[in-house]
Ligand binder design. Structure first.
Ligand SMILES: NC(=O)c1ccc[n+]([C@@H]2O[C@H](COP(=O)([O-])OP(=O)(O)OC[C@H]3O[C@@H](n4cnc5c(N)ncnc54)[C@H](OP(=O)(O)O)[C@@H]3O)[C@@H](O)[C@H]2O)c1
Length: 294
């Protein structure tokens, strides 16, 4: 298969590349999605049948400082970059866009976990700027390509990836440094095991399914519960973490973090004939692998 992967050296995309080493995965200096000349040159020389678009501006905190600024990188990479890529590809290309649960508000009034059929939030006041740019990119993909799939993920985690810690390894790193803060016991999220993203992509590629798909744990966690479970499994210490409330935290937070977030996966599991793990099962696998690596 002639597949182009953008963002192939990132946290999530690099796992796919490790499993599909023969795909095209150009670095940014060979394919910059914000630069139309770079896109034009790349597509003059290459004609991919399939595109998996992982590339994004993913720093949620930095993105918030760019709120409403369409000249700043978060909008330019996530929305304009995706629009540029859509314009550059053949209209029949099978195009998979990697997205996020934070296209939903996670507010009490419209709580998750969200299904593949739920509509993303359309009020900017209820989304982070990062979430807004990803939601706009989803619309560009769905409105302009007839052969497209969106794959949403949530708190992606894996055992190995040196450039940045994921949701799980960040908690463990802070704990090991004695800097783990109290964790929210009133926030509800789901966890994505990155190996299962690659499994989902494999199934999508085999079936060429279009529409919206989710990869995440089949059940929800609170960060307090997950952190305690992780530290017990990885370090053998019980009840290591103190609880905190996101409700009071959100009153002073400039970022719209979801309180009732997460993804449902029933439809994806059924269509693609997959079975995702519970978050506890993923933590057990990660803790075991991390113990071997340390
Ligand atoms: N991490 C999360 O918590 C999370 C949660 C939900 C969904 N997602 C989504 O999952 C996808 C992958 O996330 P990730 O965490 O793997 O991202 P990441 O580690 O931050 O990697 C981002 C990738 O995008 C590339 N990129 C950035 N600007 C580019 C440009 N102008 N042209 C071409 N490539 C560019 C980067 O290349 P360089 O490294 O060379 O700059 C890098 O390969 C994203 O679409 C993200 O929105 C992530």
């Amino acid at each position: 298969m002639n597949i182009l992967v953008t963002g192939g050296n990132g946290l999530v995309g690099s796992h796919f590349i490790e499993n599909y080493p023969d795909v095209l995965s150009p670095p940014v200096n060979e394919l910059d999605i914000t630069d139309e000349k770079s896109l034009e040159k790349f597509f003059r020389l290459n004609d991919p049948e399939i595109i998996i678009h992982f590339a994004a501006f993913t720093d949620v905190t930095a993105a918030e400082e760019q709120r409403n600024n369409k000249k700043a990188p978060c909008w330019i990479v996530n929305a304009e970059g995706t629009a540029n890529l859509i314009r550059a590809v053949h209209p029949d290309t099978y195009f998979i866009y990697i997205s996020t649960d934070v296209v939903f508000s996670g507010k009490k009034e419209n709580p998750g976990p969200y299904s593949e059929d739920d509509s993303p939030e359309e009020n900017l006041d209820f989304l982070s700027w990062y979430g807004w740019t990803k939601k706009e990119a989803e619309k560009l993909v769905m409105n302009n390509l007839k052969n497209a799939a969106i794959l949403r993920i949530s708190n992606p985690s894996r055992t190995k990836y040196a450039p940045k810690p994921d949701y799980v390894r960040k908690i463990l790193k802070l704990y090991d440094m004695g800097k783990l803060y109290p964790m929210f016991n009133d926030q509800y999220l789901t966890l994505t095991y990155i190996n299962e993203v690659t499994e989902t992509l494999k199934a999508l590629l085999a079936k060429r399914s279009t529409g919206i798909f989710h990869t995440s744990s089949v059940n929800i966690f609170t960060p307090y519960k997950l952190a305690n479970y992780l530290i017990e499994k990885a370090r053998g210490i019980k009840n290591a973490v103190k609880p905190n409330s996101i409700e009071s935290f959100l009153k002073d937070s400039p970022i719209r973090y979801p309180q009732y977030g997460g993804l449902k996966v029933e439809k994806t599991q059924k269509i693609l004939d997959l079975k995702f793990l519970k978050w506890e099962e993923t933590i057990e696998i990660l803790a075991k692998q991390l113990r071997v690596l340390e």
